[in-house]
Ligand binder design. Structure first.
Ligand code: ADP
Length: 392
């Protein structure tokens, strides 16, 4: 069995796979170190346990103990390997890796670039090293996929010393999702090589867009941090950086407070004043002008990136792909984005745009100049496959 783990600052999400890539069970240990801790495990039934855990080690132990109590895992040695999602690998990590002291050091060094994500990942790694000491641990980094991006695209036009001394550059995120989508596209199209270009819009609560040249990341919208690029659920995406100093002075806040508002109270939430959740916004957009404004701005920004990336790929793409919560599910948003791309002569197939689908569906007509797809991403499955590949 392979345990795939997504560590957060106060939670550990997990999925347990068998060697045939089937999900046996999934779950979540949440409120680590906070009152009211919970462990939820779902197979055919939902199981809920109210066990307190002071730290990630106790949460990891509880997960394994409950999997045994439920008879999902008879002997903990059955879990042969663990794949962990780690957000930031800086510029030293290019692919999934077996975790050793060098990798742990890299995760620690890059904590300054991902202070909310890397520290809990490290603590979770150490928790599972103790709890399942026989298992091989593999780290899959969100930044790794984007290491193929060239300096002229990953550098910001700021003093070069900021890059050399402070590691300021574009790193990009959602790399595990992009790697999965590229693999899925190859499978669906039965392509034998990487001789294809794509533009992939990963539109979840966090959102980014990536161009793919010859199967590899060519440019991406998230930057040094996930705040750059597209408008998101609660993040602004790219803005004039001077707004930070201006608002800070005008509203008597410090830079940390303003940056927190740009991360947590901006984007769809900030503009609509209703919610960060796209469903809440699209359901009232016909009667609420601020909801409509939020949708228009959101879609315009995606469309503008598509144009920019298509230009960088000299107009040659084999597909425009929508994925993640909004990209996979919101036919309205896909339609609105395509409407804002009149130069591309895309013809959406309105039936397939709204149609239920399993993993992948083409949503453009055969007359369309470019092919458009909706594909369901599966980061956990990607991690599971990488773990099997690396530990065999
Ligand atoms: P995260 O970045 O947290 O992984 P998700 O990929 O789960 O986010 O995406 C969450 C977003 O997807 C929310 O804005 C939610 O409203 C949107 N979403 C999920 N299902 C639908 C749907 N059926 N229609 C429209 N939007 C949806």
């Amino acid at each position: 069995m392979i345990l795939v783990v997504n560590p957060g600052s106060s939670s550990i999400k997990f999925k347990l796979f068998n060697e045939a890539f089937e999900v046996l069970v999934e779950g979540l240990a949440e409120r680590i170190g906070i009152d009211g801790a919970l462990t939820l495990i779902t197979n055919e039934k939902k199981h809920k346990f109210n066990t307190e855990f002071p730290d990630h080690l106790a949460a990891a132990e509880t997960i394994i103990e409950k999997l045994r109590e439920l008879n999902i895992v008879k002997n903990q040695n059955e879990i042969k390997s663990i794949g962990l999602r780690v957000v930031h690998g800086g510029d030293k990590i290019f692919e999934p890796v077996i975790i050793d002291s060098r990798i742990k050091k890299i995760i620690e060094i890059n904590s300054k670039l991902a202070p909310l994500h890397n520290p809990p990942a490290l603590v979770t790694i150490e928790a599972f090293e103790k709890t399942l000491s026989h298992a091989k641990l593999v780290a899959c980094f969100d930044t790794a996929f984007h290491q193929s991006i060239k300096p002229e695209k990953f550098l910001y036009p700021v003093p070069y010393e900021w890059y050399e001394k402070n590691s300021v550059r574009r790193y990009g995120m959602h790399g595990i999702s992009y790697a999965y989508i590229v693999k899925k596209f190859r499978e669906v199209k039965q392509l034998k090589n990487n001789d294809f270009n794509l533009i992939i819009a990963h539109l979840g609560n966090g959102a980014s867009i990536t161009s793919i040249k010859n199967g590899k990341s060519f440019n991406t919208s998230m930057g040094l941090t996930p705040l750059d690029g597209l408008m998101m659920g609660t993040r602004s995406g790219e803005i004039d950086p001077s707004i930070i100093e201006y608002i800070s002075k005008d509203s008597n806040m410090d830079v940390i407070e303003v940056t927190s508002i740009l991360n947590k109270d901006s984007g769809l939430k900030g503009i609509s004043g209703i919610s960060s959740d796209m469903r809440d916004i699209t359901s009232v957009m016909n009667e609420n002008t601020r909801a409509k404004l939020a949708v228009d701005m959101y879609c315009q920004r995606v469309a503008d990136f598509v144009i920019k990336y298509l230009n960088q790929l000299e107009g040659k793409i084999d597909g425009l792909i929508f994925t993640a919560g909004i990209g996979e599910n919101s036919f309205i948003i896909r339609e609105e984005i395509i409407k804002k791309l009149p130069m591309l002569n895309i013809e959406l197939d309105s039936k397939s745009n709204i149609e239920q689908y399993d993993e992948c569906l083409k949503i453009s007509t055969n007359k369309s100049q470019y092919e458009v797809f909706k594909i369901r991403t599966n980061e956990e499955l990607m991690i599971c496959k990488d773990v099997i590949k690396l530990t065999k």
